[in-house]
Design a protein around this ligand. Structure first.
Ligand code: NAD
Ligand code: GLY
Length: 350
């Protein structure tokens, strides 16, 4: 099973995303695998049994978003130099989105760019982060503010790696999947309502649907000049929640789940969706134990924090909202009072 990414530029940036098709990978070059202790402890032996290379190096970095920074990149680049990787060498990302984003960034700047492959091991990374070539790290000003668009040569998603994923991490991935169904595919959303991802075949099917959606979007708009921004549905709110809670209360996908509900509240007030659609979305998120509400302490501060998002340009807020389930609308000029009115149910001080 595979999906193709076909980015339309002069340079050929096409690649395939394979689902459960990782057989033996042969490289007559040097290969470095970037991973962390948790993922390597659980799955590296399996991966190594599938890789043949001239020389193979494992580079391990600490686990966690707090290590997604330029210090870690510098550490990895030093190891790549020490092992004398050259322009024909390849790096493999083996881990979740943190490892994937850092591997892609290292690959994009080492010797002015070498090839890399994504082997994502979290659900979120399989359905979203590993596909589409956004790479980078955080800095003291915010998340993912240093980085590049740099596409992998291939992506291999193996559902067997997901068996060791904690439930909360699984749920965080499901939030991003529901996001894709809600914005692009009504039938898929209805499928989601009727089927359970605990079933392995269902999980494989849903991963494939999400990758196909993301592949289509990225193929049309690699650098987020248009339709790719729709993948940020729910994220405008989520980023404020993550910021207010210092990134240590919610996983990103959990904050996205709350963000989806907040965006839907706004869409409901603007009559873009109806109460029944609002309730169906909330019910599906709850089925995967995702949080759906967050108490805002100060609504004006919450609103002002929207403007710190890197997706806000020229001080203009852009909201991605549902135009009924399965379709989206991009709204640029929603009045502040309308946004505050939609958020007021989530406020401690009314
Ligand atoms: P993560 O990479 O931190 O992984 C979550 C946790 O799961 C980590 O502790 C990790 O070690 C562990 N883990 C990984 N695979 C496992 C497995 N198979 N079994 C058990 N534990 C496992 O987080 P994530 O949710 O995968 O990714 C979040 C990151 O991805 C963020 O930094 C975000 O900015 C980025 N992201 C990037 C894109 C993109 O388009 N590039 C899109 C979405 C998110
Ligand atoms: N995760 C959003 C994007 O890749 O654009």
């Amino acid at each position: 099973m595979k999906a193709n990414i076909d980015i339309q530029t002069k340079e050929d940036k096409s690649y395939s995303v394979y689902i459960n098709e990782l057989k033996t990978l042969e490289f007559n070059t040097k290969v470095a695998i970037l991973t962390n202790p948790k993922v390597s402890g659980l799955h590296l032996k399996t991966l190594l049994s599938k890789i043949n290379a001239n020389e193979l190096y494992i580079i391990t970095v600490p686990d966690g978003e707090e290590y997604k920074n330029l210090d870690t990149i510098s550490y990895v680049l030093d190891r790549l130099n020490e092992h004398q990787l050259d322009r024909k060498s390849l790096i493999i990302a083996f881990g979740g989105g943190v490892i994937g984003d850092m591997t892609g960034f290292c690959a994009s700047i080492f010797l002015r760019g070498i090839e890399f492959i994504q082997i994502p091991t979290t659900l979120l990374a399989q359905v979203d982060a590993s596909v589409g070539g956004k790479t980078g790290v955080n800095n003291k000003f915010g998340k993912n503010l240093t980085g590049s668009f740099y596409q992998p040569k291939a992506v291999y998603c193996e559902t067997s790696f997901l068996k060791t994923l904690p439930n909360r991490e699984f749920g965080a991935g499901v939030a991003e999947m529901i996001k894709m169904a809600l914005t692009f595919d009504k039938d898929f959303f209805e499928w989601f309502e009727k089927n359970d991802l605990k079933n392995e075949e269902n999980l494989k099917y849903a991963i494939k649907k999400c990758i196909q959606t993301k592949a289509r979007v990225v193929s049309l708009d690699e650098k987020e000049a248009g339709i790719r921004a729709v993948l940020n549905y729910g994220h405008t709110f989520a980023h404020v929640i993550e910021n207010e809670t210092n990134y240590c209360v919610y996983l990103h996908g959990e904050a996205v789940a709350i963000g989806i509900v907040m965006a839907n509240k706004l869409a409901l007030k603007m009559k873009l969706i109806d109460q029944n659609e609002f309730d169906r979305v909330e019910k599906l998120l709850k089925k995967y134990n995702l949080p759906t509400s967050y108490m805002i302490k100060n609504i004006n501060n919450f609103y002002e924090t929207f403007f710190h998002d890197k997706k806000t340009s020229n001080n203009k807020l852009k909201f991605i909202l549902l135009n009924h389930i399965g379709d989206y609308v991009i709204k640029n000029n929603i009045k502040k009072e309308i946004v505050l009115n939609a958020l007021k149910d989530n406020c401690i001080e009314k």
